[in-house]
Design a protein. Structure first.
Length: 252
């Protein structure tokens, strides 16, 4: 049974893995046996050190995924480093907070370009390579609780993460015949840089934790099992689905 979760001899691309959830997912895939290509705007010094300490193979690509020319750069370097690609984790993303009445076009475009446009075109580039290889592949997009809910003061983030769920379903429909599974993970309220402002607000933080049945903020380690599952043969018949990893938030 455990062989179904083995990622040995597979190559995983993880965007935005210099810290937080991206780092945790990249390490989980590596510990399951995958070689990892990280894609980052800043040098992932800590991630690289952790990969080296664990004896894992890791290649970093410096790229801004909001720029569409980065897709070809990432795929070219991944193939040069490891010869093929098998897994894509579209994790890179940003958030902008402001009242909707005052929200700017720049804050809208910056978030949409990285959070959903880049997800689509990176998935497209990956799928083209997998089809050329004649192999199967797994794409895991990172959605959000705001794929299900409206939220407040984050209009472009809510729109983008709702879009991620929709694009996940669409691509699953189109690419399943080619052996490419497309799924998503919707993290709950996680202790990451994106939630620093919320966690620093004592009242708001207590309100959030009070609604989570598990009674705590999520950690990067909480993503390890779901990401390995969706990247492995264990999820071969799971397609077009978004798994909430939320401590029970949506069940409350």
């Amino acid at each position: 049974m455990l062989d179904m979760f083995d990622l040995s001899n597979r190559v995983a691309i993880v965007t935005g893995c210099n810290a937080g959830l991206g780092q945790g997912m990249a390490l989980a895939l590596a510990r399951a046996g995958a070689d990892v290509v990280g894609v980052n705007r800043r040098m992932p010094t800590e991630t690289m050190a952790l990969m080296t300490a664990g004896g894992h193979r890791f290649h970093n690509v410096m790229a801004d995924m909001s720029k569409m020319e980065s897709v070809d750069k990432v795929m070219t370097e991944a193939i040069a480093a490891f010869g093929k690609v098998d897994i894509l984790v579209n994790n890179a993303g940003i958030i902008r907070r402001n009242d909707s009445i005052d929200f700017t076009e720049k804050d809208w475009d910056d978030v949409m370009d990285l959070n959903v446009k880049a997800v689509f075109f990176m998935s497209q580039g990956f799928a083209k390579q997998v089809m050329t290889q004649g192999t199967s592949g797994n794409i895991i997009n990172i959605a959000s609780m705001l794929s299900y809910q409206g939220g407040i003061r984050v209009p472009s983030y809510t729109a983008s993460k709702s879009g991620v769920m929709g694009v996940t379903r669409l691509l699953a429909n189109e690419w399943a015949p080619h052996g490419i599974n497309v799924n998503a993970i919707a993290p709950g309220y996680m202790a990451t840089d994106n939630t620093t402002a919320l966690r620093d607000d004592e009242v708001r933080s207590q309100e959030i934790v009070g609604r989570i049945p598990c009674g705590r903020w999520g950690k990067s380690d909480d993503m390890a099992g779901p990401i390995v599952f969706l990247a492995s043969d264990a999820s071969r018949y799971v397609n077009g689905y978004t798994i909430a990893v939320d401590g029970g938030w949506l069940a409350r």
